[in-house]
Design a binder for this molecule. Sequence first.
Ligand SMILES: [Zn+2]
Length: 391
Amino acid sequence: MSEFDTIFYRDAYCREFDSVVKTCTPFKKKYAVELEDTAFYPEGGGQPGDTGTLNDQKVEDTRKSDGRIIHIVSDPITEGTPVHGVIDWERRFDHMVMHTGEHMVSGLIHQTFGYDNVGFHMGEDAVTIDFNGSMDWDACMRVEAKANELVRRNLPVSAGIPDEKELARMDYRSKKELHGEVRIVTVPEADVCACCGTHLKSTGEIGYVKLISLANHRDGVRIEMLAGKRAEEFMRKVMDQNLRISHLLSARVLETSDAVERLLNGYQNAKRSLRIAAEESMKEKIASLVPGERYYIAFAPNADHEMLRYFANAILQKTGAESAAAFSEEDGECRYVIVSETVDLRKEIRGLNQELNGRGGGSPQLVQGVFRADSDTVYETVNALFQDPGK
Ligand SMILES: [Zn+2]
């Protein structure tokens, strides 16, 4: 019997069928049931195996094992038992939609760029397709537009097993060198491909093809795609996100990215102004320092670590002190930079971090990080250290 003589190849749309149990064997604490004939598609070629029921018992998965199709169930079914099988149709139809959509995308990319589909996986969230060449997002969008044009034209998808002569004349995509019977799936104007999956009858049933991501992968790219209902649901979520941004920024729906850009520019400007003000206040503080102390502890609002480093070092230069600590308090945290010519700070910082619930480190002469404590506690603790280092 031809491996292609099963119900799901004769009629990919068969949802319910009757058959007889051929064998039933233990399988990893469950049972593997083989039937005389089946409409359950076994995992293969990137398409997951079908689930559903056999005589009201759940079929958890369908796989291929030593050329046989096995249905994984919890309880054994005696050989020779007549069974009624029902496919989880919503799930399987989704697979057919995604799979047929994938043919169009892979075929069109092959046609346009000559790249091969070198990896295909139908995941929970999306289908991923790997190609052995690089392309950019604009090219992806052109492929998507062409695919959707063919969807709208509702072209017939066909699958068949050509004879040897016919096959020899055909130009078709294939992942590996094939021998014996080869099943060829054709999507007009998009794809001719050797494939053993289940497909739709016509491109219109795909509804919608959506490419959602492009990333470099090995020597080529990985594209994530969705089709049909999944593509529609994804785009609804994208629309929801955009509507929220539109409301938050009082921007038209198609002008949200401009509005975000303006907001970011404003934010950068505000940050710059804050930094300039912080630098000015720091310079004033440095100018007003009176030399004579062994150490100084100073606070500078809105200063980042780079500014605090500058501040602490400037204090040493201006006053000739041995040690200096500069802090900036924000949201209950104190950024710190401590410098010293006499205290081994790398040794002391572990104790300080422990005491002040902080993190960070550095060299014996300079440490920096963040203490999760208020400025009074930080001041007292660091003051105690400078007064009596090594205690
Ligand atoms: Zn296929």
